[in-house]
Design a protein around this ligand. Structure first.
Ligand code: FAD
Length: 357
């Protein structure tokens, strides 16, 4: 079965919904295809104790403020799932679920979006598939030798699964710090980071991160010197759980080890730590395999973009993957603006096609 629409949005997480909001306002004919059976994107898969690093009002998509969560300054992931579900209904976004996009192909003046349940032909495509679905674990000597459990952030649920065990958490970003804090009280924890952890000042949260990312983008756009953006502030937002564990002296990081052994890890000086489980909090990569048929990857494996638009394939926009697709676009509050710009560019493209220009 083949369907026709003006625009296909791939992914029904926050970025896909923000795109849908603007496409709806522009009066365009579109569909959102989402691989999951239910709303919420990656938030539905977060670990139990995950809380946003910004208050609700600063975690809102275009058009509708996120309501505060009772008793929580920083809402939890379930609250975000409920907000996104409500958002879809409120704006009557046309979402098809579960539909997995397998490939996007050129098809004359159109793009063909091939899925596991039919194909869609469209004049433009917005890819908004996030990063959660492509966990990254770096190469490490001895990884196959370790006989305990190894899991990535995306598989971690709760400290209860590890009570009384020896756990090594690897990673000095927000996920690593929050999961280490979660495990700090009832496991024998070793936290390993590539460099000394850099905590942001306690009064800095996602609001300041958004401002820093925006200021950097503006400076670069105007040809001024790089302000350093978010990275200049630090790596770890001191959310309450992290602050508590840090202040209790439970978040002392070790440097990166030399190799994994059958029973744990070994540092360059020969000291070792035994472990029952290792949690790799080592990040994610953009989930872009469905775009492979378009052959857009430039040197370094990145798809070059101007704003959200692919440099080589102007009918394709990439949304929500990180600063390279709009400042702070991989956050709830930051994705609205690039979504609006993508919508406007697509509306202009469609108008040009219709008038033959
Ligand atoms: P996702 O939520 O991953 O949604 C993508 C959707 O696309 C999914 O439903 C997926 O099933 C679907 N999909 C993927 N591939 C396909 C395909 N081939 N075909 C069809 N559908 C597909 N941001 C904040 O603003 N505040 C925070 O506090 C915050 N904390 C974070 C904590 C962690 C641990 C992480 C990892 C991120 C955090 N973020 C935070 C960043 C960001 O807001 C989230 O990662 C968010 O989920 C990204 O939304 P998204 O829509 O881009 O992707």
């Amino acid at each position: 079965m083949t369907s026709h629409v003006d625009v296909v949005v791939i992914g029904g997480g926050q970025a896909g919904l923000a795109a849908g909001y603007h496409l709806r306002r522009l009066g365009l004919d579109f569909v959102i295809l989402d691989a999951q059976p239910m709303s919420g994107g990656a938030w539905r898969h977060a670990w139990d104790s995950l809380h946003l690093f910004s208050p609700a009002a600063y975690s809102s998509l275009p058009g509708r403020l996120m309501p505060p969560q009772a008793g929580e300054k920083y809402p939890d992931a379930q609250h975000v799932v409920e907000y996104l579900a409500d958002y879809e209904t409120r704006y009557e976004l046309p979402i098809e679920r579960p539909v997995l996009v397998e490939g996007v192909h050129r098809d004359g003046p159109l793009l063909r979006v091939q899925t596991d349940s039919g194909s869609w032909r469209a004049r433009a495509v917005i890819s908004a598939t996030g990063t959660w679905w492509r966990p990254f674990i770096p190469a490490a000597a001895g990884r196959m030798a370790f006989r305990g459990d190894q899991l990535h952030t995306m598989e971690y649920r709760s400290h209860r699964d590890f009570a009384g065990k020896r756990v090594i958490v690897i990673g000095g970003g927000n996920s690593g710090a929050q999961i280490a804090a979660d495990l700090a009280y009832d496991t024998e924890l070793t936290w390993v980071t590539q460099r000394e952890p850099r905590f942001l000042a306690d009064d800095i949260d996602g609001r300041a991160l958004f401002d820093a990312a925006t200021a950097r983008r503006r400076a670069l756009d105007k040809g001024r010197s790089d302000t350093g953006g978010v990275a200049s502030l630090g790596d770890i937002v001191a959310v309450p759980s992290v602050r508590e564990a840090r202040d209790a002296g439970l978040l002392k990081a070790q440097p990166m080890f030399k190799r994994l052994t059958a029973t744990g890890v070994e540092w360059a000086d020969g000291t070792t730590a035994e472990a029952d489980a290792i949690v790799w909090c080592t990040g994610f990569r953009p989930a872009l395999s469905h775009l492979a048929p378009l052959g857009l990857r430039g040197p370094g494996g990145h798809i070059p973009t101007v704003g959200t638009r692919s440099l080589v394939e102007p009918r394709l926009h990439l949304l929500g993957y990180g600063d390279w697709t709009g400042p702070a676009s991989a956050t709830l509050i930051g994705v609205g603006r690039p979504a609006r710009e993508a919508g406007r560019e697509i509306a202009a493209l469609l108008a040009a096609v219709r008038t033959g220009n």
